[in-house]
Ligand binder design. Sequence first.
Ligand SMILES: NC(=O)c1ccc[n+]([C@@H]2O[C@H](COP(=O)([O-])OP(=O)(O)OC[C@H]3O[C@@H](n4cnc5c(N)ncnc54)[C@H](O)[C@@H]3O)[C@@H](O)[C@H]2O)c1
Length: 403
Amino acid sequence: VARLPFEPHRVVRVGLAGVGRRQRSLLRNLLRLEGAEVTALHDPDPASVEEARAVIAESGSGQPAECGDFDALIGRDAIDVVCIATPWDLHVPMAAAAMAAGKHVFLEVPAATTLEGCWQLVDASERTQRHCVLLENCCYGYYELLVLNMVRAGMFGEVLHGEAAYIHDCRELMFRDERSFRRRAHMDRDANLYPTHGLGPVATCMGINRGDRLLTLASMSSPSRGLQEWRREHVPAGSAMHSETYRCGDVNTSIIKTAAGRTIVLQYDIVNARPYDRRNMIVGTRGEFRDSPPRIFLDGQSEGGAFADIDPYRARFEHRFWTEHGRSAEESGGHGGMDFLMLRRLIEVMQQGAVPDIDVYDAAAWSAVVPLSGQSVAAGGAPVEVPDFTRSGWREPRPGPWT
Ligand SMILES: NC(=O)c1ccc[n+]([C@@H]2O[C@H](COP(=O)([O-])OP(=O)(O)OC[C@H]3O[C@@H](n4cnc5c(N)ncnc54)[C@H](O)[C@@H]3O)[C@@H](O)[C@H]2O)c1
């Protein structure tokens, strides 16, 4: 499905599976987009449905149909794409069922948490010829797209190395709800549980699955401390959460080698007191970009070797998505506008009958870091092979996406 265009749509009819915190944020953006119509939704939690209905009422749009179960949602005719934002273990069965029912899928991150799940998504997308697009919003961030344009223009020379991360203090969020899937995942395994926000943009700059691919991965974790410490100080005595054991090491660091020999360092830490950071570092033969704050060093720039402000490059390299729609994105909100731009682009691509920027092979390769890092940690950091989800298709460069 790497070159499979969407069939053109005048209006893209969207069904929502799960209307929790994330989906309601996506919904606010979808409701602002001409060319998108939310026609149905399903969530077993009445409070989530009520909150979604309030968001829709506030926008002045008509209320979508409410489906009693997921099968009823994907069985509806008036849906072109099912947007899935549910707990992680539901992603694969829901996405596969939606594709089997003839619907395209927008799927929240990570797409899958097992290698079998990654393959199920690839197989289902190929068998049904339906797209399974990973909703990796960070690929649509301002500096991520600016740097992508600079990479494509050769400003960094040959790209050799990247560093990426998901560092986000989620301790309060993880203990807010006793059933939190994020906290439960830290009980189940020791791995990088949320790799795609960091990896997606770096992989895009390296043309992963479009001329290169992720080949091997080695991973190690620090001790597990952050959740226990936070619980001791904040969770009321007597809560059942005090009996939980958190296996996941606080700071998980992986190194990935690509088929072309490039390297990527990827880190995950959501349980310690650290500033938010996706790092987003690109290193080439002629320069380097680092984010948070964004800064650049190019060959010949300064004798002292100090980083410089990247803003002077904005005029030349700002991505057209931001030039054309940045104002609407900032007004709309959602992670600084990247959510709006991602959804606007997806609706545009579906209306035009074009190929999506991110496909099921990207969803599988980026999400496979979850199980592969777990395997490598369990093996003392030994390298593990990344499956070739493209079945050799990665060898052919594919111009087009992100333009
Ligand atoms: N891309 C991003 O920036 C971003 C940000 C936050 C969350 N996420 C992702 O979004 C997803 C949801 O996260 P969240 O924070 O909204 O969690 P949440 O707990 O707020 O929402 C999950 C919703 O799924 C519903 N649900 C559970 N079982 C269901 C079923 N069988 N059918 C339909 N709905 C069901 C729940 O009732 C709940 O309303 C996760 O995959 C998460 O990783 C992505």
